[in-house]
Design a protein around this ligand. Structure first.
Ligand code: SF4
Length: 247
């Protein structure tokens, strides 16, 4: 693959024996041919990111969306036991689904993937300031890594809710943002209780209570309260709905 500044498996804690709450995040920074790297110093971004907490792979890619690179990313996720993926490239509108697909093919939850748009927001927006564009890119990619470190995406919940006199199905995909990365192991250990509490809560709702903006905001507050009642080592600070479908 590509130009790598990762720390490499040999230097990493063994994920099978490592008991601390470390994440294993891979960061891939795309040249987009020269669309990005003509203006942003992608090697500097790579080097800045390799020392971020929980980043175990930091690489640049000539064309991240090419078939060959996607295969190499799948391999890297599996070889390095990555539990989070960040790609710094173009708009999520263009390739979010592509890289969620990469995650899925590597058996990684696709919602553990974060896309950072450095092409439109850095390269194309600051063609006359390469240094500034590079610093902005470093900041945005760091923010993407921070989001990935603190997030725990759940498998989707499908529950029966009552609406218009009929039974309807709600498919809800939730992501927790924790106050501290140390909370992730407890969330994972308590997933059955958390899912049970969420199913009971959602099943108690009328569809009309949760479909508008205000209803969704109140539902998030209810979920936050239920989840934090169950957790002991820290707090979930926000709840994100990444899919909300009623049928
Ligand atoms: S992933 Fe986006 S930024 Fe990278 S090569 Fe493909 S289109 Fe260009």
């Amino acid at each position: 693959m590509s130009d790598q500044a990762g720390t490499g498996l040999a230097e990493q804690a063994d994920p099978d024996t490592d008991t601390c709450a470390q994440r294993r995040i891979g960061v891939f920074i795309c040249h987009c041919g020269g669309n990005i790297s003509d203006y942003v110093d992608v090697a500097k971004v790579r080097d800045a990111l390799k020392d971020e907490p929980d980043v175990v792979v930091s690489e640049t890619e000539l064309f991240a969306c090419s078939d060959g690179t996607q295969k190499e990313m799948v391999q890297a996720i599996q070889d390095e036991n990555l539990d989070g993926l960040v790609v710094a490239s173009c708009s999520p509108k263009l390739h979010q689904i592509t890289f969620q697909g990469v995650s899925k093919r590597a058996d990684l939850n696709p919602y553990s993937y974060t896309q950072v748009n450095v092409r439109e927001q850095c390269s194309w927006a600051h063609t006359d300031d390469h240094e500034g564009a590079t610093e902005k890119a470093i900041g945005l990619v760091r923010a993407g890594v921070a989001k990935t470190r603190l997030s725990t995406p759940l498998e989707p919940l499908v529950v029966n809710v009552t609406g218009d006199g009929y039974n309807r199905f709600l498919k809800l995909r939730i992501e927790f943002e924790a106050s501290d990365v140390e909370l992730k192991p407890e969330i994972e250990a308590r997933l059955p209780q958390l899912r049970d509490a969420l199913i009971v809560l959602l099943s108690s709702k009328q569809l009309s209570d949760i479909t508008d903006f205000e209803g969704k905001a109140l539902l998030k507050e209810d979920i936050l309260e239920r989840v934090n009642d169950l957790l002991e080592t820290g707090e979930v600070k926000s709840v994100l709905f990444t899919e909300f479908v009623v049928q």
